[in-house]
Write a protein that binds this ligand. Sequence first.
Ligand code: AMP
Length: 332
Amino acid sequence: MNDLGIKRKILDKIKEYDKIILVRHTRPDGDAVGSTKGLQAILRASFPEKTVLLLNEDYADYTAFLGAEDAPIPDEEYAGALVLALDTGTADRLSNKKTGLAREIVKIDHHIEDKPYGDLCWIEEHRSSTCEMIVDFYDSFREELKLPREAAEALFVGMVTDSGRFRYRETSGDTLRMAAILLETGIDTDRIYAQLYLEDFASVKREADILRSVKMTPNGVCYLYISLKMQEKYGMTSEQASNTVNTMDKIKGSMIWIAFIENKNAATGEESIRVRLRSRFVEVQPLACNYRGGGHACAAGATVYNRKEVRALLADADRLLGDFKAQNPDCL
Ligand code: AMP
């Protein structure tokens, strides 16, 4: 629901505070980075007297072209601040672990709500991205807010990446209307698409190699298992390994595809397996919730700890797709 009341409350709350801290989810994607960077630029341009900081504890290489975030501040400087938590479904997924030190938290998000948090929440699960919501926020208060070009560029990045270049089912008339507002600021979309989607020669060759190891379950779930050994062999960062999920999105009859990426925590040595679930037509978010995860209907994440859990998750996904196909024989 597009609710002007909650947006007004959020703008009033922002006006009450001298210091605002923007945070987003860990392992950030284009929407997490774009929405926080975009809103930061809007607030800085609109309220130059306020201190508006973007404070997180992890970063993504592929959105580095949008510029750096702010340097950490001492804990005591959180007191009296307002935190704006964007694109983060549950508090445990916040990249910044100090938000509890702030006076109030406002949550703005488009994920399916599982464990609510925040003093004020604006959640629209049908939205294609949090960036779309931030553009809508700007559009609702054009008299009071400014949209500088750098904000429009960051917001466009989030809109494009979270909607699969305006392809996923959440893409609505509103999505395109909000994108139009960004285009009208004169952003250079050629440059943005080049930054986001061009790959160097070596990684295209590596992808071809990795595609050979895609497997398929009896009902058509495609999956890739990227071990730590494989990551070492190909010299891949864990971000590059995670992105392999997208290589499986064009296989007919495979409406669910999953990448398992082995991880080792550098500090604790703890090993885990990141699961990235993607689908068309059939919803995988409930499946992700059964394996310590969540997200969106057709793009969700989870965590498992051993091969036995990998097999169990695959068996569940296979059953889900089998049932779906039985009821929807025309879906590709
Ligand atoms: P990913 O595969 O990590 O890009 O995740 C797909 C979507 O699910 C993103 O919107 C994530 O924010 C969300 N997501 C990923 N992992 C989790 C998790 N453990 N709990 C809740 N949501 C998640």
